[in-house]
Design a binder for this molecule. Sequence first.
Ligand code: ATP
Length: 520
Amino acid sequence: MDSMEKIVSLCKRRGFIFPSSEIYGGLNGCWDYGPLGVELKRNVKQVWWDDMVAHHDETASMPGAPATFGMVGLDSSLLMNPKVWEASGHVGGFSDPMVDDRETRARYRADQLAIYRVELVAPDGAIESYDEMLFAAPGEVGKTDVAELFEPHRKRIASLQKSRGGREARPVAVPNALQDEALRAKVLAPGASTPGTLTAPRAFNLMFKTHVGALEDNSSVTYLRPETAQGIFVNFKNVCDTARVRVPFGIGQIGKAFRNEINPRNFTFRSREFEQMEIEFFCRASDSAEWYRYWRERRYQWYLALGIKAENLHLREHDADELAHYAAGCADVEYDFPFGRSELEGIANRTDFDLRQHSQMSGKDLRYFDDQETNEEARRFLPHVIEPSAGADRGTLAFLCDAYAEDEVGGEARTVLKLHPRLAPIKAAVFPLVKKDGMPEKALEIYRALKKRFNVYYDEKGAIGRRYRRQDEAGTPFCITVDGDTLTAGSVTVRERDSCAQTRVGVKELGDVLSERLGA
Ligand code: ATP
């Protein structure tokens, strides 16, 4: 099993993540979080909310960042006036070009189907390319596994090499091959038996359409929101008028978003229903470059502070040709998932594009009014926006992948989730060493006292070593064991998940010790 399969299997086995409506065969791109998964994902969202919104300390700006600032929250509706999506550009432009394979009936996003041609390299370095040998591999150019790429074509390539005198063969990417009818006709699709089975790329709007009210005609069409951000923009004036915020300030929102992804895959990474954690940060145009850098760094550091290993986390600045036409900068926080390096979060400098669009479409003046500004011209302006946009499901998956480890304890193999204590679904488990001598009663008493403060778990079944390992797999940072000494000396052992080190702690101090060690 590769490591992704192991993680998916652990998620199923331990109740982190299940396929949606599984007893009916599931629904592609939709997932359900089980008892452990829901705690983990809620913690991801709660920690984000606490760090970015509720407990954000405006005096704790990073060195070099401009003035202090406030952060407030919002919870806007999933269904909105369809004009929102016209103004945002989603109705006209939120589409991915899609390609179908007529033979295998597989569907791909055109930008995620890399097309290669075979080149033969002669001993003297001369290159011959063969368009009869175009083939497609799932994945973006540069992100496909080139060694595996040749596998399905080995026979054809071997005979070609033979006829050309045993030259070296290599795959070379052919950009935009699917747009070219003649080239497309020669492409062998993944799993297809003959070339030319792929259709031309077609635009495919990713928004789920639905109808509001009893009439199912064009006048009642609206969409399930494909992002939470627009709910923030359309409430910008409401928040300014009510929350006593002053630019620069940010509005954060966590909520469901829906996209009819052409090719949902990689477990929860690309789902059709998912949750976003988004901030729209409003500032003056002249400060926007500095705030952009600030948020890029702050969001990157957030993952590191929650235990993601630095070698697996990357901040990638987009090239100018990758930027949306209105954007002044964009960077992705990327994580090395077992299936490859992929986007966890995007941080974009969106200029005043969104507020301008909504001002025009709604006819409402969305300019900010700065009553403390004396310069008349600078008093009213459309703020510029920095948008850190994260996925709660992608974040949860990254935390799971990063925490997953297999090691050995006392000569026995174990699987452990080394989750940060703030994220761990269960904070501590309480065990009686044996099921007699008053130990279960004492352990239950401790469990009940702790349960008022933390999400703790009680388990008395099976050998103590097995109980430890069950908790290691669930990511529980501490196991508390009641033994003979508990009844006489009033102390328990506290075993730490990652090091397996055990210390004795007085029952009376237990709550505070846990609180300190959990960082709660
Ligand atoms: P991608 O290029 O992977 O489709 P995107 O650039 O379209 O992503 P954004 O529109 O910037 O994504 O959305 C912001 C965040 O929302 C992403 O960084 C990701 O964490 C999350 N997200 C977007 N689409 C999905 C999805 N289909 N499933 C899960 N999370 C998603």
